[in-house]
Design a binder for this molecule. Structure first.
Ligand code: PEP
Ligand code: MN
Length: 263
């Protein structure tokens, strides 16, 4: 179902204000984690003003350490809904278990399946039945073919609104948190009609590297970009070291627009 032969045109995935796969590039921005009403509403207003087309924010956080902040859970989903009320922006948020899919879909336009869960087949099946679009992130050790088969689970469940996200893979290289292969963009576009989103925040793990890789993703033909933005990255509860400030995001957007016009 995912193959380019099955469907020649790139699929346009629509979810509220977010459109990915059309002429305009979908720009998803917001904090790694929802932390408070003030934090999420301030970020939502700032990213919207800068041109973002959706708000991201994790409420259920799959953290590497069980002692790290695990997210605000349903309270966080409610705060995301408040931010949508304030700005109109579509909400992208992660779901980590099949039992929570209906709950999360009740608050968000897009269900994010995180890298750690790319091959959680029961979760993929549950998202295949959900009334929401899905952003499927590549597992750090998964091949592209494995990602496409994971997408197939969602499509086969009856949900056609699937976006694929390259967020970096594990390699021997340690100067970045992960290695972000941008050849994924044209390669996937040859293999599948599903739109492709790049995550330069997790893909690099360093704030200073994010704008260049966002621009490179757009130049490579990405259909969307997802980036972490926080009003005070240094004090973020997760992933502050790879997070742009609101001003940094506005600056990046101005540069991205110039690249988008050229491609
Ligand atoms: C995230 O988007 O904050 C996240 C946890 O991403 P990933 O699943 O790609 O690590
Ligand atoms: Mn994160």
């Amino acid at each position: 179902l995912a193959s380019r032969e099955a469907h020649h045109e790139t699929s346009l995935v629509k979810a509220g204000t977010l459109e990915v796969g059309g002429k305009a590039i979908g720009m998803i921005a917001g904090p790694c984690s929802v932390e408070s009403e003030e934090q999420i509403v301030e970020t939502a207003k700032a990213v919207k003003a800068a041109g973002a087309t959706a708000l991201r924010g994790g409420a259920f956080k799959p953290r590497t350490s069980p002692y790290s902040f695990q997210g605000m859970k349903e309270e966080g989903l409610k705060l995301l809904a408040t931010a949508r009320q304030e700005t109109g922006l579509a909400i992208v948020t992660e779901v980590v278990s099949p039992e929570d899919v209906d709950l999360v879909a009740g608050y968000a336009e897009v269900l994010q399946i995180g890298a750690r869960n790319m091959q959680n087949y029961r979760l993929l099946e549950a998202c295949g039945k959900a009334d929401a679009a899905v952003l499927l992130k590549r597992g750090p050790s998964a091949t592209i073919d494995e990602m496409l088969l994971a997408a197939e689970y969602i499509l086969d469940g009856g949900n056609a609104r699937v976006m694929l996200c390259e967020r970096g893979i594990r390699t021997f290289e340690a100067h970045t948190r992960f290695t972000l292969p941008l050849a994924t963009v044209p390669y996937l576009q040859q293999k599948t009609h599903l739109p492709v989103v790049i995550d330069p925040s997790h893909g690099t793990g360093h704030t200073s590297l994010v704008p260049a890789m966002a621009k490179a993703a757009i130049a490579a033909g990405a259909d969307g970009v997802i980036v972490e933005v926080h009003p005070d990255p240094e004090n973020a509860k997760s992933d502050g070291y790879q997070t742009l400030s609101c001003e940094g995001f506005a600056q990046m957007m101005a540069e991205c627009r110039r690249i988008a016009e050229a491609v």
